[in-house]
Ligand binder design. Sequence first.
Ligand SMILES: [Fe+2]
Length: 186
Amino acid sequence: MTTPLADVDALLDLLAGCDGVYDAPPPEGDPVDLLQHGLQCAYLLAQRRPDDVGLQLAGLVHDIGHAIPGGHRNHAMVAAEAVRPVLGGRVAALVELHVPAKRYLATMEPSYDLSEASATSLVHQGGMMSAAEVAAFERSPHAADAVVLRRADEDAKVVDLVVPGLDTWVMRLREHAAAIQPGALG
Ligand SMILES: [Fe+2]
């Protein structure tokens, strides 16, 4: 069951609640909590794609599905539906595609370096893609950006790395949400 978030404040509450919450406890899960992971991911995307705030915000929120009750099974889709009304269709699509992008990279790049936790969860997420799944992924207009997000995702698991905090994202979240037009939600 997915609950769409009402507004940026609800999203901020959910993100703040990710402090100290893990997708699964280490060593099975990632070594940083969900808030730090999102902040590191957003920070890396701000370095790599400074002009694409939507992509950065997708990085910030991509794993919040793990913190939504019942969201653990399909955390990418749950997070996408939660943020869609607040951050719009493109951010939702990028969030939803971060798991297919991982399967895509694992399939297309044999050397793609997954953390132990990512390699384990890949099996539950469907493992390698079939040729038809690869073709379907590549047809998405968001595929290339989803791959950029996924690479940052994998790099955003550094214990004790200090990056700007959630407060530094509040204004960008509000500005982005304010710019979302009802017609752009699709
Ligand atoms: Fe992640």
